[in-house]
Design a protein around this ligand. Structure first.
Ligand SMILES: O=C(CO)[C@H](O)[C@H](O)COP(=O)(O)O
Length: 228
């Protein structure tokens, strides 16, 4: 089994006026990576920030934190080169926003970033499957993208289970309403990259929440490997 448990705080619920400090705080608390939500006001009804902010963040936090860019934008091909130049490590685009996923995957790889492919709740996992052999990570959204603090959609878990059964080594990320109350369902289904926003970032003890989320996933991975 090539994959392991990783926890990536979503910065959407942080104090955005202190974003670099918040990213550092999450890394100090044991985060494995940072999930940076980019929204353009078209693909989703919300706006966050673009590559100039990512460049500033990279300058502030240094070369090590892994930036997983969740690109909730309507023209994902437009931002590949600027995001790579700004210091992004992984470019996760939405299948629903792309007219030519194969071309976009190649573009992202040529720019030196890893490739993530996301699907919204209304998109079937069979639509993602043809690309699964070419990507580093599949993101199964467990809320409608756009806002933090929404309720976890448990009915997305069959998508995760199916992906895990078909692509045993693939990194599978879940995002939306994930925290101590929902992590067991995500882990049992086979997710290994865990994005958590409000439940983690607003906690009084984010270090313990990160450790708990990671431990639950690690336990499920170990159980799955023993069952094989
Ligand atoms: O992509 C997102 C919303 O589109 C966020 O990453 C996600 O919602 C995380 O926040 P929370 O854990 O509070 O739901």
């Amino acid at each position: 089994m090539a994959y392991t448990a990783k926890v990536g705080p979503s910065i959407l619920s942080t104090d955005l006026s202190q974003l670099a400090r918040e990213c550092e705080r999450m890394m100090e608390c044991g985060a494995d990576y940072l999930h940076l939500d980019v929204m353009d006001g078209h693909f989703v009804p919300n706006i966050t920030f673009g590559h100039p902010m990512v460049q500033c963040l990279r300058n502030a936090v240094g070369p090590h934190p892994f930036f997983d860019m969740h690109m909730m934008v309507s023209r994902p091909e437009q931002w590949v080169t600027p995001m790579a130049a700004a210091g992004a490590n992984q470019y996760t685009f939405h299948l629903e926003a792309s007219t030519n996923p194969g071309h976009l995957i190649r573009l992202i790889r040529e720019s030196g970033m890893k490739v993530g492919l996301a699907i919204k709740p209304g998109t079937t996992v069979e639509e993602l499957a043809p690309w699964a052999g070419q990507i580093d990570m599949a993101l199964v959204m467990t809320v409608e993208p756009g806002f933090g603090g929404q309720a976890f959609m448990e009915d997305m878990m069959p998508k995760v289970s199916w992906l895990r059964s078909q692509f045993p080594s693939l990194d599978i990320e879940v995002d939306g309403g994930v925290g101590p109350d929902s992590i067991h369902r995500c882990a049992e289904a086979g997710a290994n990259m865990i994005v958590s926003g409000s439940a983690l970032v607003s906690s009084d003890d984010p270090r313990s929440v990160i450790a708990l989320l990671r431990d639950v996933v690690l336990e499920a991975i170990q159980k799955r490997s023993l069952d094989r």
